[in-house]
Write a protein that binds this ligand. Structure first.
Ligand code: GLN
Length: 390
């Protein structure tokens, strides 16, 4: 019996597989999948408990509780300068940004439409394209600045281009797209009437003087953008699975239908707590940023004296490393060999670079560390890295 010809083409997520591998090596430090190892903020947890005790335990409105949609509309007007967003017209609350992305793709793609993806990319985008029938086209981000070639991007647009997926701040590179780059993408989207799908889940995790800009804040992009986000990273709540997609009323109407039949709705009490989280003041985000800035610097300093050469991220909480020297010394053939070697030799779990590229060879000398961890976890990792100082 044939099973799906589409699901046959892709594998399970390597990022999540690395967490399962971590469980097989007691005592190892999991710097693979991006989730915090410290508690979520107490007041947000209290808000969830309160919602459950108040019996907000049945389905919410399919496309999101009124309080959460109002909170999202307020926050994006305030932080993202997205003034057009109305709670009733432009928002679909989903089970995490993962669902927001696949529901959005299903809502806009026709078979053989092309979708442009910056590479390296968060691995979900590949299967998202396949599952929605799109043909992905990859545009390289060149290290160490992770810039793209404007001409290469321009020639990849054509009449079949339906969307471009943008993730800023970026996973796995930490690149924060600049205003000039975004403006260039805006013009291409408008010329070819295609949609910028922007995953902004790391919008509050920024270093040095990097600034986050939402492509939907360009007024001309109101009808050509889908902005995806969630509470996972900003509030350290990756397991709650509350996210959303923001788009024009016309696009939102389609996303809502896909979302309804895929998942019906995100967890009702957690949506109430999410609404509370979104109302937190600026000091919360300043503290979050300071915390991650220290974590980034700590991991960077630990890696820079080794042959796992780190590239400093401008945002998000991952660090890509170039490991060619190290791999030569140990005769490691590819990035999965390297990751397994690092688990066995150091007790540190990372994500093989190949999982962020369409052609695995392009990432064969890289591995990704995440640093959304307690200071003591990063301290312990730093001590392990001393063993491989070059
Ligand atoms: N974004 C996280 C990462 O890249 C993981 C998200 C997930 O596993 N759903 O590690």
């Amino acid at each position: 019996m044939d099973l799906s010809k589409i699901t046959e083409i892709f594998t399970e997520s390597v990022i999540r597989e690395m967490t399962r591998i971590a469980h097989q090596y007691p005592g190892c430090i999991n710097l693979a999948q991006g989730f915090p190892d410290f508690p979520a903020p107490e007041p947000i947890k209290d808000a969830a408990i309160k919602a459950i005790k108040e019996d907000i335990n049945q389905y919410s409105i399919t496309w999101g509780s009124e309080s959460l949609r109002n909170a999202i509309a307020d926050k994006v007007a305030r932080y993202n300068k997205m003034d057009f967003v109305e709670a009733d017209k432009n928002i679909t609350v989903t089970c995490g940004s993962t669902e927001a992305m696949i529901s959005s793709m299903k809502a806009i793609i026709n078979p053989k439409d092309e979708v442009i993806i910056f590479e390296p990319f968060y691995e979900n985008y590949g299967p998202d394209c396949l599952l929605s029938g799109a043909i992905p086209r990859y545009i390289k981000l060149y290290s160490p600045e992770w810039t793209f070639d404007f001409d290469e991007l321009e020639v990849s647009f054509n009449e079949k281009t339906k969307a471009i997926i943008l993730n800023t701040p970026n996973n796995p590179t930490g690149k924060v797209f600049t205003e000039k780059e975004l403006k260039f993408i805006v013009d291409l989207c408008l010329n070819y009437d295609c949609i910028a799908m922007t995953d902004e889940i790391y919008e509050h995790i920024l270093y040095d003087d990097h600034k986050h800009i939402s492509i939907a804040s360009f007024p001309e992009m109101e009808n050509n953008s889908i902005t995806i986000n969630s509470i996972s990273k900003s509030y350290s709540l990756t397991g709650w699975r509350v996210g959303w997609a923001i788009a024009s009323e016309r696009i939102t109407a389609e996303i809502k239908k896909v979302h309804d039949f895929l998942t019906v709705g995100a967890p009702a009490p957690l949506q109430e707590a999410a609404a509370f989280a979104l109302s937190l003041g600026d000091e919360y985000y300043t503290r979050l940023r300071d915390f991650y800035q220290k974590a980034r610097d700590k991991l960077y300093n630990a890696l820079k004296n080794t042959d796992l050469q780190p590239i400093k991220p401008g945002g998000a909480y991952y660090m890509m490393t170039n490991c060619e020297e190290y791999m030569k010394n140990y005769e490691l053939k590819n990035s999965m060999d390297l990751a397994i070697h690092l688990v066995k030799r150091l007790g540190i779990v990372t994500v093989p670079g190949s999982s962020f590229y369409a052609n695995p060879e392009d990432g064969q000398f890289q591995t990704r560390f995440c640093f959304c961890k307690k200071d003591e976890t990063l301290q312990a990792a730093s001590q392990k890295l001393v063993k491989i100082r070059s």
